[in-house]
Design a protein around this ligand. Sequence first.
Ligand code: SF4
Ligand code: SF4
Ligand code: SF4
Ligand code: FES
Length: 957
Amino acid sequence: MTLIKETDFGTPESKSEKLVTLTIDGKSVTVPEGTSIMRAAMEAGTEIPKLCATDSIKAFGSCRLCVIEVEGRNGTPASCTTPVAPGISVKTQSPRLAAIRRGVMELYISDHPLDCLTCAANGDCELQDMAGAVGLRDVRYGYEGSNHVFARNQGEANFAWKPKDESNPYFSYDPSKCIVCNRCVRACEEVQGTFALTISGRGFDSRVSAGMDEAFMESECVSCGACVQACPTATLIEKSVIAIGQPEHSEVTTCAYCGVGCTFKAEMRGEEVVRMVPWKDGKANHGHSCIKGRFAYGYAQHGDRILNPMIRETIAEPWREVSWEEAIAFAADRLKATQEKYGKNSVGVITSSRCTNEESYLVQKLARQGFKNNNTDTCARVCHSPTGYGLAQAFGTSAGTQDFDSVDDADVILVMGANPTDAHPVFGSRMKKRLREGAKLIVIDPRRIDLVRSPHVQADYHLPLKPGTNVAMVTALAHVIVTENLVNLDFVKSRCDWDEYQDWAEFVSLSTNSPEALETTLGVPAADVRAAARLYATGGNGAIYYGLGVTEHSQGSTTVMGIANLAMATGNLGRRGVGVNPLRGQNNVQGSCDMGSFPHELPGYRHISNDAAREAFEKDWGVTLDPEPGLRIPNMFDSAIEGTFKGLYVQGEDILQSDPDTRHVARALSNMDIVIVQDLFLVETANYAHVFLPGATFLEKDGTFTNAERRIQRVAKVMRPKNGYADWEVTQLLANKLGLNWNYTHASEIMDEIARLTPSFAGVSFKRLEEDGSVQWPCNEESPHGMPIMHIDGFARGKGKFVVTEYVPTDEKVGPRFPLLLTTGRILSQYNVGAQTRRTENSRWHEEDVLEIHPHDAEDRGVRDGDFVKVASRAGETTLRAKITDRVAPGVVYTTFHHPTTQANVVTTDNSDWATNCPEYKVTAVQISPSNGPTEWQEKYRELSEASRRIAITAAE
Ligand code: SF4
Ligand code: SF4
Ligand code: SF4
Ligand code: FES
């Protein structure tokens, strides 16, 4: 393995289809119109020296190192800012050019610390490289003049000297090394879209400043690292590089956090990660990342990781550390005994959207082949199961219709119940870029998310609907589209079921579905709803992006179908720039669903009652499969409380913390005879487990993840698993102890089996992924390299299906006892229940979950900013600190759920989506009152967790 070096073409690629031919150093070169001469030269194999240019940002033309000569033109233009022209002849090397370049470098070097040998960037510094490239041998001006290094050493006060800024835990800023090339400022603006940096001062005093000359940690900086990546010197550099040294080999792998699926080069020294560098060829992220993927990988080395298996007879006993053999034998014996005693349906599994496709596939296979039942479910149950159901109904495929790149062609972007800048940050940046280019924006969300108003981005319409009224909203939008004759009838007639369309059109046209009639229900002015509907229907390419604010409702599936109705009615499907795009929360939500994790579906979304599909698996696995769907997660809990469900193997999900109504989950778990938890840490669910099987991180195993655009990407093992096994190997140990005869020696063999048995994956293999980088399913004979945009010529189900979406208000109603509606969401620096991010420096940004409350509601209750408040619902109560803000409307409160002690799910109810049982996390009627501190339950819970951890740590010692 070597260090992967990517080519820097100096300026971004031109998208023009028109080609231009020119001559560079006597060689004929043909490139798209609009390409810079610098890039054209690089494509022809000639690297022109450069410092202020890099291909992730637009050319700036400030350093003058990249000068060239063009025959017949005067002067020496900068090649980064000069576009190609037909027939011109360019010279990149001449005595005149060499002298100019040397002169430029001399000036830079005369004002630069000469500590190359001890500099952390030694060997990876463009300034150093350019000094060599231009043949700099001498600096005529000496180093003693008024330069920054001298000034720093002397403590001179004749200009506003800035000391090093070490405030950010992940990178350092040393102004003495800055060459004021502006690359960081442009990266923050163009790539990330945060506009946190400026160049302040003039001439000799110019320097990079975060915000109003603040420390990075106090500024608007969101720590994405784009500036660090763009910096050609050691001015902005990862602290891990300073601590460890330059990497010596790298592997391409995929982020294990969110559904964007950014790919990275894991740059290593031995088995130590030096840094994660977003991969330019990554088709989901194109070289960008957020704070989590780039920096928050330290949890893999955290001392809290449990590396040895543990067992205990009862959950009242302390853990006992044992060998893998003993733990697996204990687990298998208990599972067998449970099935013998309570029947074959008394045990089940839960797969994880954090684990690989191969791992989820094996866990559901264990239930179906080993337990001989369909009691398999996945954590997607509690997030995007309504997407699977709703989109399958409407289009015939349980997945989003577009690739991320498609947003570049969107004219109107409608974001509903999603917060891309926090939950899908890299795609959020991409979306903001398109918005800065002029696309229009409609945000439908009870809370004023950042996208509504951020630097150079302003939503055209923010519709802050009351939580729980999504269906009424999509119906009101549809009412306007139909009654104002904005329907794309050509599309509907040719692509959709006409009878169903007519039924739907008649329904949405009812006056009771007008924005005016629904104004009080929605809490949004009817005029705004009308204007937003008109904009979506007539503004050109309309693309809908939605998230858990749509799915986690009692009518989650109905809203998904309502969204599909809007897209079909306006013809916004089947091409770039449009579509229906669920933003998946976790890294492999799409994949865990694809892999047959649901109790009613085999891999590839084939119903378990489908004889042909079942027979294929029966033949391959040598078993008879049960044609009846098994238990969903909530049914598992209910059955456990009834005493009929007694054993659970849960891989990589902290159900106690992430599922609703914590006390109900706790009751269910404590009623089981065997709970097997496989995880990295002693998560909260482990408090109720009898067997703990240590898990491996994404850095320690091979496999694949599938992101929100159906893109299957490789996860690469860059170090040996600290616990000894990849997760799929542990499942295989358990399966074999249960009498199955699995012989997988590599994750690629599991994918080969998936491909063999799943038509939409038929063309997928590790070899294909190596060749293509990634593929978007379906990948088979018809589309051997995958399918970026779906439903181009027709829907997967044939005719698109319009579904009448009747609004049924949730049972969760506000009243005198619980007058406010609580809704939940995520924050950029943390991830889900925080098991990983809380064990990194990311906690510096979000040490605790807080309750956002409107000033009026706070005043009514005598609550001040920072006070502890009690949040009480029908299900339970918890305590949080209050944050007073008008981001939420009066009557609505909001919190995140990243810290276990917050116990946000103690208050969420057991209401769920009618079609899929996805919990109604987004609507809970609550009352808020001042409090002195944590509730008794929170204290008890904290003690329980800490006690468990102490036992585990003692055992490990
Ligand atoms: S880390 Fe990201 S947000 Fe912060 S200054 Fe750099 S580019 Fe801007
Ligand atoms: S910090 Fe780095 S990228 Fe920014 S201006 Fe200075 S040298 Fe250039
Ligand atoms: S956007 Fe998502 S996938 Fe990309 S680096 Fe951040 S957490 Fe990872
Ligand atoms: S690289 Fe072209 S002017 Fe700096």
